[in-house]
Design a protein around this ligand. Sequence first.
Ligand code: BES
Ligand code: ZN
Length: 460
Amino acid sequence: MAQADQAFAESVTRLEDFLRIPSVSTDPSFDNETRRCAQWLVEQLVELGFTAEAAPTIGQPMVVAHHPGVGADAAKRPRILYYGHYDVQPADPLELWNSPPFEPQIIDGPRGKRVVARGAVDDKGQVMGIVEALRAWKTLAGGPPCPVTLMIEGEEESGSRSLEPFMLLSKERLAADVCVVSDTGMWDITTPAITTRLRGLVYMEVTIHGPTRDLHSGMYGGAVANPINVLAQIIAQLHDDNRRITIPGFYDGVGEPAPETKAQWNALGFSDTEFLGDIGLTDGYGETQRSTLERTWSRPTCDVNGIFGGYTGKGAKTVIAAHATAKVSFRLVSKQDPEKIAEAFEAFVRARLPKGCRAEFERHGTNPAIEVSEQSRFLAAADRGLRTVFGKSPLLIGSGGSIPAVGSIGRILNMDALLVGFGLDDDCVHSPNEKFELECYRNAIKSHAVLLGEFAQLAR
Ligand code: BES
Ligand code: ZN
């Protein structure tokens, strides 16, 4: 036991080292750090007996590593591909962090110790869950019992631009029987979960241009279109009174979950009070006649993620801005077609532009929604493994988030994904003071180690 505690303490130290590298993929000024982060991971995997490299791409490097498995039988066992990401979201607003985002702190919380840093749970803690499980296999058996490949990308948080080109060129190297993805959540700290649906995403940036320069709002106000007013008016028209999205054709391809699925969700015992209470709210908001789980797991959305233009400094400045910008994203479900939605949004905006304004669009990546089969033998093996670790079966859940890679893995590499994650709802993903409970980290390591043992029992 003392030995296990010592090993876990070392696993925590390595996670802290990983978290100290500010691998923010969306901002080019961090490019040296993302490269250093990829290299750090490569060194960890080489230490575990893997052949590993940080493969160059048009964007951030892709960490790929391979181990053939130990023992004469390894080649008869299923090949496991692990996917995760080493990049993180930007840390801002910095002033809301209680400690610097890239100086990990181990602090006490109501559920024991936790590590606080950008990327703690999304996704460095979860990637290290896999790496440390592989370390345990090396210590106990000299290496993993099955052939193992890792593909850890550095652009997940910024649209996964290089992922598909990389996969297309590396199909043989990435060949496997299942892809295990650890980038999602548990039901609660004692109840594991397997995620079987993810929403898709269309992320657009729209800029409304008006006059050629910022104007005095007294001299020109009332006589010319104000791009900020125009943008606000268009955004206000995106939803109707029932909070449905008004873009023509937007709901094409949206299906209802099967009645059994809805019944299973209703039986989960989800608490609105807890979910909303944690973020200081008492009431939810969304499409009428829908539960919170339906709204986040099975309904599409349209949200403005950022809006700017004109004077935003202190005090007052009487000005009509030359342009105004909004970042608008859509979460997609079922068979909604990302391309069509992006086009329909552009047409929606253009149809509402007054004379004297023009719109410019930028697309920041699109990916469709995902549903994973609940019948696979790997899911059954994961169920057995998670029962060993937690003493209860994992729940099958949906997620409102998106992991573009999962769709690409199905389409290009032609394999099922198995989404086993260890985050909690209150981990502050993408927010200040992101954290990962050490208990979740410990269970992530244990679970990945046990699951690999279960997969090794299956025939290829
Ligand atoms: N790990 C998250 C996805 C996630 C969030 C799964 C919450 C389960 C619960 C992932 O890293 C993420 O944030 N993805 C982005 C994708 C986007 C930038 C293309 C997202 O969902 O916003
Ligand atoms: Zn993630």
